[in-house]
Design a protein around this ligand. Structure first.
Ligand code: NAI
Length: 267
């Protein structure tokens, strides 16, 4: 198998559960980790409970690891104090431990919410400045910049996968643009792990949807070609014929309703 040991964080989460069986063939051992309880180890797995904000525990977690799929952390809008621990401190601990143990590559589960304040009619690429839509999005921007820094400073390669919406199917009209099927998620991770040189790369993670917000030209070396499309779900969200309200965040912003979930500023 290509890797001796892969580490998957966030293994008790929605995507972690989906990914466990899908990445098993890539490594002799997949070490799956979360702060929450996980399903028991399958053949070729090690299960390790670990809080990402515990630096010593993350150092232990990283022993013998060749590459990391970092999916652990808070995955929706929350207080700054909460994302500080789980996402900012947690991702810092991942990179420090990776450096300590000579890990060569991290695939970071970043988010559309790093650019959530762009409007859905703006076609952007990875060189567009970030526009986080809340504390959660800010923590993803920080995580991406950790990847930038640790590549420049220490040579640890990173792919930041800015996941759109990875669910079995789109749950609303916005997700017609942001949807990333599980098969395409798996393929994005395969490209991110097996491309010989990635340096620091930002990859937007969507399927081949009819509505396009993102241009992956700066990640073309990864060769990611999504195979699914949200087109087959179009019947779930019939066109009303009316223009969406310009004030409806769901249909205005890349980040959808997240733009309103952050702190209240005197509203
Ligand atoms: P999830 O919330 O279901 O899973 C996240 C996991 O991280 C949970 O099992 C949680 O227990 C764990 N976690 C939280 N704090 C932790 C800590 N301090 N130490 C250790 N583990 C901790 O989220 P989901 O949907 O599986 O997403 C996985 C990753 O992908 C997240 O980083 C999320 O931000 C990112 N993402 C997911 C998207 C999606 O469509 N599902 C969209 C954009 C980004």
């Amino acid at each position: 198998k290509p890797f001796n040991r892969l580490l998957l964080t966030g293994a008790a989460g929605n995507l972690g559960k989906v990914l466990r069986p899908r990445i098993a063939a890539w490594a002799e051992i997949v070490r799956v980790s979360d702060v929450a309880a996980m399903a028991p180890a399958q053949a070729g797995e090690e299960v390790v409970r670990c809080d990402l904000s515990d630096k010593a525990a993350v150092n232990q977690l990283m022993r013998g690891v060749d590459a990391v799929l970092h999916f652990g952390g808070i995955s929706t809008e929350n207080t700054f104090e909460a994302v500080l621990r789980a996402n900012i401190q947690g991702t810092y601990n991942i990179y420090e431990a990776a450096h300590l143990h000579g890990v060569r590559r991290v695939v970071f589960a970043s988010s559309n919410h790093a650019v959530g304040f762009y409007e859905q009619n703006q076609f952007i690429d990875a060189h567009a400045p970030t526009r986080p839509d809340g504390m959660y999005g800010l923590s993803k921007v920080f995580g991406e910049q950790l990847g930038r820094y640790y590549y420049d400073r220490a040579g640890i390669e990173t792919v930041c996968l800015r996941i759109g919406s990875s669910y079995p199917e789109p749950a609303n009209r916005r997700m017609m643009g942001s949807w990333l099927s599980y098969d395409d998620l798996q393929e994005a991770l395969r490209c991110s792990l097996f491309t010989p040189r990635v340096g620091f790369t930002v990859l937007f993670g969507t399927s081949d949807n009819p509505v396009r917000w993102w241009d992956n030209r700066h990640a073309s070396h990864l060769g990611f070609r999504p195979k699914d499309s949200s087109a087959r779900f179009a019947h779930l969200f019939p066109d009303s014929g009316a223009y969406p309200s310009p004030n409806d965040p769901l249909m205005r912003y890349v980040g959808g309703t997240f733009v309103n979930d952050g702190p209240r500023y005197g509203e």
